[in-house]
Design a protein around this ligand. Structure first.
Ligand code: C5P
Length: 323
């Protein structure tokens, strides 16, 4: 392999995985927990491969970055919702920012020394339980937005309601909804108790801005991934990593994503903050992460050297694109 040989190639497929992970991915590809209905080409190899620019414009046109507001049905009629849900969209309350950083939680951030560079951005997005304290040199210390999944909100280990990890910056939560459900159907069948935990958190921290992603956003993004891949992808929502990247593209002129496409530091270490090793963290099992990375590689406007040395991808914000 040459010096750039480890940069993500944009045609990764499940056939390139090790046997154990290949089986897991194939199981998820066959399963359809959320009742996804595949429309359009859906995983055939004879469709034109879009350029990075065309992909970016598709995302801008077809993916609505929406959060729940108190006037969405069924919320006006629920006792808690008009008091606790925001009245406005995240995108109208926050930004616009010039430059933003999205910090994946990958183990390859360890010993990256990227902290200073990350903190120079106008806004920084982090995920789930990713800490800064003790890791400032590698991941920085600024947190503007934290994107958390409903599993983290609900699990006892994370102490979501009381841990200081979650108490700074703007919180944004998400939960996988059935593919063709409306908000009322999802409200009654969430994967994890996102709405209970949201209410409890909001009552304990009434001053902290806290949004919930509209599940339509997850599935519109899923559709963009599937329509641009030559094989069927897992019928599960995209990972937090891609959701957060697209969220920041709607708030910022330019977005740098760190260690989503692995650098020369690529490692089976799952998170920079935990001693747990699993290749599924880099390649995905439940999430179609492999395919998310293929798309991001195609859309990257930075150099392969930036990926290799710094794990850095450069994407334009929607406002900066001419489509
Ligand atoms: O594990 P968690 O979902 O909290 O990590 C945040 C995001 O970072 C993931 O959703 C994934 O997109 C990305 N990630 C990665 N490689 C890893 C760990 C996380 O690409 N090893």
């Amino acid at each position: 392999k040459g010096i750039l040989g480890d940069v993500w190639n944009d045609e990764m497929s499940s056939s390139m995985l090790g046997n154990r992970l290949k089986k897991v991915v194939q199981n998820y590809q066959a399963m359809n927990k959320y009742g996804v209905k595949v429309s359009g080409p859906g995983g055939t190899s004879n469709r034109p491969k879009l350029s990075g620019r065309e992909l970016l414009c598709q995302l801008k046109e077809k993916v609505e970055v929406t959060t729940l507001t108190s006037d969405h049905q069924p919320f006006p009629a629920l006792a808690w919702a008009p008091l606790l849900l925001p009245s406005q969209q995240l995108t109208s309350d926050l930004g616009p920012y010039k430059s933003c950083a999205v910090v994946s939680s990958a183990g390859s951030l360890r010993n990256s020394g990227l902290g200073k560079e990350i903190d120079t951005h106008d806004a920084v997005l982090r995920f789930n339980a990713a800490p800064t304290s003790g890791f400032e040199n590698d991941v920085g210390s600024k947190t503007t937005v934290r994107l958390i999944n409903s599993q983290v909100m609900a699990s006892d280990d994370h102490r979501f309601l009381s841990s200081s990890l979650y108490s700074s910056g703007v919180l944004v939560a998400w939960d996988p909804a059935p593919f063709s459900s409306n908000l009322s159907q999802w409200y009654n069948h969430t994967d994890y108790p996102i709405f209970n935990q949201y209410q409890r958190y909001r009552r304990l921290h009434p001053q902290q801005p806290f949004y919930i992603l509209h599940p339509r956003f997850e599935w519109q993004l899923w559709q963009r991934i599937q329509d641009n891949m030559a094989e069927p992808i897992q019928k599960n929502p995209p990972s937090s990593g891609l959701l957060g990247t697209i969220l920041m593209m709607s708030l910022c002129e330019v977005v740098h994503v760190y260690e989503f496409l692995p650098s020369r530091r690529k490692t089976p270490l799952c998170h920079y903050y935990q001693r747990f090793y699993d290749a599924a963290c880099t390649f995905g099992a439940y999430h179609p992460l492999l395919y998310e990375k293929n798309l991001v590689k195609r859309m990257n406007q930075g150099s392969n050297r930036d990926i290799y040395n710094h794990g850095r991808v450069t994407l334009p914000g929607f406002s900066a694109m001419n489509c």
